[in-house]
Ligand binder design. Sequence first.
Ligand code: LMR
Length: 394
Amino acid sequence: MFENLKAQPADAILRLISEYQNDSRPQKIDLGVGVYRNEKGETPILTSVKRAEKMLLAEQESKTYLGSGGDPVFNDLIQGLIFGADNAQHERIVTLHTPGGSAALCVAAGLIMRARKDTTLWVPDPTWANHVPLLGGAGVSLKTYSYYDPHSKSVRFNELLETLSSVPAGDMVLLHGCCHNPTGMDLSRDQWQQVAALITDRKLVPFVDMAYQGFAEGLEEDAWPVRLLFRKVPEMIVAASCSKNFALYRDRIGSLSIVGTDRAARDILRSQAHNIVRTMYSMPPDHGAAVVRRILANKDLNAEWIAEVNAMRGRLKAMRSKLVDALKTTAPGHDFSHVTRANGLFSFLGVNEAQVDKLKSEYGVYMVGSSRINVAGITSKNVGYLAESVAAVL
Ligand code: LMR
């Protein structure tokens, strides 16, 4: 039965985890997979999460099934975090708790296939390496719009507008809510306004993936584009992740919000989404949602968590500046200032694939082949060595 199956190549991002672990060089630096790291190079459990877990242990009395939509309290609270307190429990939005942002994307893909099989989803080029395999693999027909110019190291905004201006009405557009993965380059508020106007005029359906809320400018600020679109469009999808901002990576907790034209449409969307979940993984795991729900519901925990998110964001920004400053010394004549214009965990370093390979093989510096770096892997201790290594391969 399985004789015709061929081995699959390892995932380009996840492969870096084991390659890095198997490297015995003490000076090695991991700028690969997108996880936050502190100044010690560790990805600790947040203090707010630890406290919420203690509360959970003391309070939880049953582990019976929750149903396909997951925890309704989590769903209301996360809806408020994404869409704003004014729009929490809005009658047009249904929110489901999902096993990570990836499952939210899978369920959304299932919904798109049921709603309109022949619709095209326009995805940015480049985009997260798993967007195309995941959404395309689920059957969604994909086309790309140009997003990043490697020469000017900025968003190709005019080309983006030009492409979206010719997209047929009813098609969908995938947008990164903030901290674009892999470039880190986000639209300005003025650009978001223009995109939102175009989406409205051309009757396109936005599909926002927001995996890094809080890592660009702040928890409220980063949700601004979603809230802008919500006010303007009749229908939209938002997939969100709690992996990074709650550091709950392996607990797999995310959410899918679907906006319908009215309450009746929302009820149908809810029943469809629940049915897709039932036939896909039946029900989401609870632990991550139970933790996040406690953090969002408890004033004290919530304040502590916001401070922790702010600290993570502050460190990311500081490491960007440190790297660019160090490169000014080790690689004069080369301009890396774009690294400080990017948001969140990622930035393209702007070196070629051969240089990426050399950084790995000769210097033990690990990054994705596109030269995407996770700036959380930079510390005050390793930044000097990193800047020297980069300069050596230029
Ligand atoms: C990344 O882009 O590195 C993260 O989103 C982790 C992943 O699953 O790829």
